[in-house]
Design a protein around this ligand. Structure first.
Ligand SMILES: [Zn+2]
Length: 308
């Protein structure tokens, strides 16, 4: 079995204003870092509207399409911009996770990493925000549940920011366990432990500024892994943001690249124990280019190790 790398050149055509942290160079660095690795390279399709309708209403999808500028930028919120290439990039990003779920559940590959942008975990049902247009991780979960008929999926979000969008999209979804760790306090401000979903199936793990690898490992070991074991997911989806890295400029956690290796390896071991190793991982944040490259490479190397 192999690991799929799913991406599309359109994701490099989502341009943001000069100085914006969520920039084209991020994905270029990730792809460059993954170049030497033994991966099955897959071109991301455009998501179909029928896919996106699992998480966003038709009017919202139409609004995103209509916001595409002929040139320059459309600003959607304080820090979310569309360039002429952004709509196609967003549809490729969503299409990537759908394809990843199809490939992993179809037994074509053991696991998959979607190297995509824009990221997704801040996009709520009817609100684009925080660099995100479509809720990619929640879409992967819904596609696995509704299209493939799985009964239980888990989403693990280790981006340093709270996955408020994924939480919003999966709030009522009893078939999806969401475990999300985030620095608190930090934008967007949500992610307290009492935000636990309509069925108690959301686990928020706030981490104080300065939290390093040892505390992170203890928190995941105590709060995340037992919930995953108890829930027995048939697929694990990872919102893989690398901005908890100690070098990241947007936040103040102190994880090292080795901590991302450890966390990925633990999730692979759990996936092996619980769901035949099935993992779909999708890129979220990570804004120091070198740290992003190193940590995403470490993450994918563990996926590859688990697939062989
Ligand atoms: Zn983030």
């Amino acid at each position: 079995m192999t690991t799929a790398l799913i991406t599309h050149a359109d994701c490099l055509n989502h341009v943001t204003p000069t100085g914006h942290p969520e920039r084209v160079a991020r994905l270029e660095h990730v792809l460059h870092a993954l170049e030497p690795l033994d991966l099955r390279r897959v071109t991301a399709p455009l998501a179909a509207d029928d896919d996106l309708l699992r998480i966003h209403p038709a009017g919202y999808i139409a609004d995103i399409r209509d916001a595409r500028p002929e040139e320059g930028f459309t600003q959607i919120d304080g820090d979310t911009f569309l360039s002429p290439g952004s709509v196609d990039a967003a549809f490729r990003a969503a299409g990537a996770v759908v394809r990843a779920v199809d490939m992993v559940l179809g037994g074509e590959v053991q696991n998959a990493f979607c190297a995509i942008r824009p990221p997704g975990h801040h996009a709520e049902r009817e609100t684009a925000m925080g660099f995100c247009l479509f809720g990619n991780a929640a879409l992967a979960a819904k596609h696995a549940l509704d299209h493939h008929g799985l009964r239980r999926v888990a989403v693990v979000d280790f981006d340093v920011h709270h996955g408020n969008g994924t939480q919003d999209l999966l709030w009522d979804e009893a078939r999806a366990l969401l475990i999300t760790s985030q620095q608190m306090p930090l934008w967007p401000g949500s992610g307290r432990p009492d935000e636990d979903g309509a069925h108690g199936q959301i686990v928020n793990i706030p981490l104080a500024p300065g939290t390093g690898g040892a505390e992170m490992r203890a928190a995941y070991t105590a709060q995340a892994f037992p919930r995953l074991r108890a829930f027995k997911p048939e697929l694990i989806i990872i919102s893989a943001g690398f901005d908890a890295h100690q070098d990241d400029p947007l936040a103040n956690l102190n994880w090292s690249t080795a901590d991302f290796t450890w966390l990925t390896a633990e999730l692979c071991t759990l996936a092996q124990e619980l769901c035949q190793g099935r993992i779909v991982s999708t890129l979220e944040g990570g804004y120091d280019l070198n740290a992003l490259a190193a940590a995403s490479r470490a993450h994918v190397q563990e996926l590859i190790k688990a697939a062989t």
